[in-house]
Design a protein around this ligand. Structure first.
Ligand SMILES: [Zn+2]
Ligand SMILES: [Zn+2]
Length: 143
């Protein structure tokens, strides 16, 4: 789900314990959760919180550069609080997102150079995503 917000929420910079709790949920896991998953976690601490509030805070966190969106995977937008340069593997079967790490910066730096030369542009960042079948989906298939 792609979320659209008003400017008012982006402008608000005051500290919000709920936003902090939402950030902590994303930062404390490697699953790259979607809004629904974050919502069900944050409800344990703030039972009165609405899904809309979660969405608004996700956009605020994203716009302030504390988290990034990985885009829509199997119909749900997924989020990552690890802002260090790293790539992802996405399972086409279950939607699992696995960090690949920066194993090949030597190659990607070369790719950046090729793109810069070819298009006469300056590359500032790139996203490298691998798609396939994860280990557990592969195992399920064989059983
Ligand atoms: Zn899988
Ligand atoms: Zn990640």
């Amino acid at each position: 789900m792609i979320i659209n917000f008003g400017v008012a929420n982006i402008m608000r910079t005051n500290y919000s314990p709920k936003r902090e709790a939402i950030y902590e949920i994303i930062a404390s896991t490697k699953v790259h959760p979607d809004a629904e998953r974050i919502y069900s976690e944050v409800k344990k601490t703030y039972p009165e919180i609405s899904l809309g509030t979660v969405y608004r805070n996700l956009v605020h966190l994203r716009n302030s550069g504390k988290i990034k969106s990985l885009g829509v995977i199997k119909g749900c937008e997924r989020f990552d609080a690890d802002m260090s340069p790293h790539s992802h593997f996405i399972c086409n079967t279950c939607g699992r997102v696995i960090d690949v790490g920066d194993l090949f910066s030597i190659y990607t730096q070369r790719l950046d150079k090729i793109v810069e030369k070819e298009l006469c542009v300056e590359v500032e960042s790139h996203d490298l995503v691998f798609y396939g079948i994860c280990g557990s989906c592969n195992a399920d298939d064989r059983s």
